[in-house]
Design a protein around this ligand. Sequence first.
Ligand SMILES: C[S@@+](CC[C@H](N)C(=O)[O-])C[C@H]1O[C@@H](n2cnc3c(N)ncnc32)[C@H](O)[C@@H]1O
Length: 348
Amino acid sequence: MQDGVPSLTAYIIPSMLQDLAVETSPNRHLVPAAARGYNDLFVEWCRKHDDKLRNGARTTSVEQRARGYDTSVGIGVREHVALRKIAIEKEARKAIEDGASQVLILAGGYDTLALRLSKEFPDVQFIETDHPATQVEKLKALKSGDEAIPSNLEFIAGDLAKNSIGEVLGDHFNTKAKTFAVAEGLMMYLKPDDNLKLLKDLKTLLPHGSQIMLGNMDSFEIVKKQEELAKKRAEMAKERGAPMRQDEPYESCLAFSDAPGYFTKLGLEPQVSYSYLGLQSAIRSEDNQAELAQIQETREHYYLVKVPEGKPQATSFVEEKVSNEVEKLKSEVSILSTVVKTPGEFQL
Ligand SMILES: C[S@@+](CC[C@H](N)C(=O)[O-])C[C@H]1O[C@@H](n2cnc3c(N)ncnc32)[C@H](O)[C@@H]1O
């Protein structure tokens, strides 16, 4: 991240979700209805106020953008982002039901989870952190849309490459409250040592029984490939007269098979793993097999880990839990696919 420059990848997320939610999209039900207005607001704000986005994003159609994302990031990447958000929301709701009274969103970007859930759960304290340059744009966008921020939602800015999460949160964080923390789309932008430090600090800050949901890219092979694609994309954009920023390189990855050992070593208890294929299996159908077969480019996995009472046990949780969770998610999404035909919201 460059100082003073809002994150481009943060903007890409609501932009992808906005495109996924258009009337003609077969997977529009993957974007909660309550999130759509916020996505529209953030995309509109960024396109109006970010010079670098103005030319490119405004002049392309949904279809052109979809093709752009599919070729540069991976086919189905918009669905992947929507699915990872469904998995996170599902776990967040479960954690609140199980007694979490604090939700901490790290590097929130233009995510809508804290904005939506803080209204629904007034007794739960929500904290959202992000890099200052991005967070200030989110707050301005919310103000421009006359969107009130609930009193149980606090935004705190801080650069996690420069300051520890403890320093960023200061005394705004209740170290006694059982917490559900989220690091979505963040770890890959931090160096391995910063990730280690972040997780160690979270383990110290969060009381026993708290949970952290986080994701990372699978391998450096894919990281490098993505970088090459990003460079190509930037060159093409430059030729079109719409230069892109190259200030958010991937810095780290975590192989799916290494994840349980990595967390256990850190003293965190692995609970559920959402592999990218597991997430996608929820939207596989006979019609889109071939298309989704190429989604491999989006090798980003998500993990739910717990701050345990004692020393965490190394378990062979992966296969069992993944298949269980995928089956659950699959049935939820397929139920939703049918619900979607009736007007109403996407319910987890
Ligand atoms: C891909 S976006 C993800 C946004 C959001 N979590 C989501 O998934 O919709 C990456 C986010 O990481 C944040 N970020 C990157 N480097 C950071 C750093 N050093 N400190 C704090 N935030 C950082 C950016 O500001 C941006 O909001």
